[in-house]
Design a protein around this ligand. Structure first.
Ligand SMILES: [Zn+2]
Ligand SMILES: [Zn+2]
Length: 291
């Protein structure tokens, strides 16, 4: 079991790796370019090398990349679709440059279409985005969503179906990323003992636990089934301390990489959330727990 956190690359890739080291994180997640702009930036070769050096020296990894929020491969709008395919191709190329193990992506929104059409669009969009790239080292992880508005992926069956449709004849490996906040907001009761067992069973039968290498660890501000995507500190939301202790100590998740995407409202929130995960998992905190 590994614990990591989403980090900013505003300074540089190298400084993100140093931040991971400072926090004693096992792994980390980044955006490889600005997540709310279509214009992409290309990371500098020396910065990539410096990041990799820090990661190797301190055995930090895997590197996880989260894709741009603007990308919507499900869209029926020709302009959005074209931009999304180009941007997703860029995500894959940067992931390869950075040596990322995983690229996490939200499936997309079927607004003005049907869910089925949206899913078909994703499958064909992925095929277009990967065309000619050859065999990629990175694995795409389709993330479960809170189900706000018209977003796909709030039911595990949808994730399974998208993967099934997309996998035909494509070289890109596809697996899944679960998010504890999104699961709860989508109506999967991961907070109670009974609900967690039911959810684990559904994950196993629908996706296969071996196809879920990464889990986003976020508590949920919104109530169970609220479809609100609002992350909060571990133990301070709908899932709570007891809920997270059960998740983190569950046999099904002992080989997973947990990545925090919790807010940093006060200095040290990142360190405290990481320490909380380790404590609830039964690991000794690697840093003294300051209030
Ligand atoms: Zn997430
Ligand atoms: Zn979220």
């Amino acid at each position: 079991m590994k614990f990591g956190i989403h980090l900013s690359i505003a300074g540089s890739l190298e400084s993100a790796a140093w931040k991971a080291r400072q926090l004693r994180a096992d792994a980390f997640q980044i955006f490889s370019s600005s997540p709310r702009m279509w214009r992409e930036s290309t990371p500098a070769a020396d910065d990539i090398a410096a990041m990799k050096t820090v990661m190797t020296r301190y055995s930090i990894g895997p590197l996880v990349i989260h894709d741009n929020y603007l990308i919507n491969l499900a869209s029926g709008d020709a302009v959005i679709r074209e931009k999304s395919i180009a941007a997703f191709r860029g995500e894959l190329q940067r992931a390869e440059m950075l040596g990322a193990a995983y690229l996490v992506a939200h499936p997309g929104s079927w607004k003005r279409l049907t869910p089925e059409l949206g899913m078909t669009n994703i499958a064909s969009g992925l095929a277009e985005a990967t065309a000619g790239l050859g065999r990629l080292g990175v694995t795409l992880l389709l993330e479960c969503t809170a189900g706000q508005g018209f977003t796909l992926g709030s039911r595990l069956e949808e994730l399974r179906d998208i993967r099934m449709m997309a996998s035909r004849g494509m070289a890109l490996r596809i697996q899944f990323c679960l998010d504890t906040c999104h699961l709860s907001a989508a109506g999967y009761d991961v907070a109670s003992a009974e609900g967690l067992e039911r959810t684990v069973d559904e994950v196993e039968s629908c996706l296969g636990l071996e196809n879920v290498p990464v889990i986003h660890a976020n508590d949920s501000k919104g109530a169970l089934g609220s479809h609100l995507d609002r992350h909060t500190h571990i133990g301070k939301g709908q899932i709570g301390m007891e809920g997270f202790a059960r998740i983190l100590q569950h046999a099904a998740f002992q080989d997973k990489v947990f990545i925090l995407e919790t807010p940093v409202e006060r200095e040290g929130d990142d360190r405290r959330n990481l320490a909380m995960l380790r404590r609830l998992a039964g690991q000794r905190s690697r840093l003294p727990l300051r209030s």
